[in-house]
Design a protein around this ligand. Structure first.
Ligand code: FES
Length: 254
């Protein structure tokens, strides 16, 4: 993990209040796994850095792509940054999704809202290994859809929206495909969604990525601790440094 001023080479709104931010710099060459994140200092006015997961990496351009949603003043201020500006970034942080499945296996990727972006880089890595990828993507409404075509280019996609304005009305757990051929699942999204996915896919090997409000992002402040299960036996883990990816049987989801 390093700190560097990365250059903005692309920045555009791609869905309602959802932005694509492409940054060029050395951090792009340090990303080891999908599911890792960077910590952005929007400006000196905002003391806390914002954690944003990495949605894609281009070794050719030396860039990482982030997809973020405007959630408050800090991310609102981020939307004003222009191509050519530089951003103070720390990263890549955390341990991402292991990409260990073998050619011919099948994966189920389940993402909700702003939990979807890290699954895109994961889908690319899995398909590159010859793994068949099935994605279930949940959004609030049609105006919030992003990266649907990009996921479709990598495998099958089931869509859900809360209001039914696109895809199936309901939640991701209402649109799961047949699990008969699925070898492993990977999920990222709000904790209530993760809890439901964990329950529904009980018994299937998987990985969950936890979206948690972070402070330091480097394991020092304990703002992101999560209780572990008895069988895990660790007592607690820090989402930022031990995660954000865990086995579902390791952590207690609230
Ligand atoms: Fe500080 Fe995780 S955010 S320990």
């Amino acid at each position: 993990m390093i700190r560097e001023w990365m250059s903005i080479v692309n920045h555009q709104e791609i869905a309602s209040q959802t932005y694509l931010l492409e940054l060029q710099g050395e951090i792009s060459s340090l990303v080891k796994r999908p599911g890792q994140f960077v910590h952005i200092q929007v400006s000196s006015q905002y003391f806390l850095r914002r954690p944003v997961s990495i949605a894609d990496v281009s070794p050719v351009k030396g860039t990482i792509t982030l997809l973020y949603k405007v959630m408050g003043d800090g991310t609102e201020a981020l939307t004003n940054k222009r191509i050519g500006d530089k951003l103070d970034i720390v990263g890549p942080g955390g341990n991402g999704f292991p990409v260990e499945q073998k050619e011919g296996e099948e994966a189920l990727l389940i993402g909700g809202g702003i939990g979807i972006p890290p699954l895109y880089y994961l889908a690319k890595q899995l398909t590159a290994r010859g793994v068949k990828v099935n994605s279930v993507l949940g959004y609030r409404s049609k105006a919030d859809l992003f990266y649907v075509e990009e996921f479709k280019a990598l495998g099958s996609v089931q869509l859900t929206t809360n209001d039914g304005s696109a895809g199936k009305q309901g939640f991701v757990t209402d649109a799961l495909p047949s699990l008969a051929n699925i070898d492993q699942y990977y999920t990222c999204g709000p904790s209530i969604m993760l809890k439901n996915v964990k329950k529904k896919l009980d018994g299937l090997p998987g990985y969950i990525s936890i979206e948690e409000r972070m402070g330091c992002g480097i394991g020092a402040c304990f703002a992101c601790v999560l209780e572990t299960t008895e069988s895990c036996g660790k007592g607690y883990v820090r989402v930022c440094s031990d995660g954000p990816v865990f086995r579902p049987e390791e952590v207690v989801l609230s």
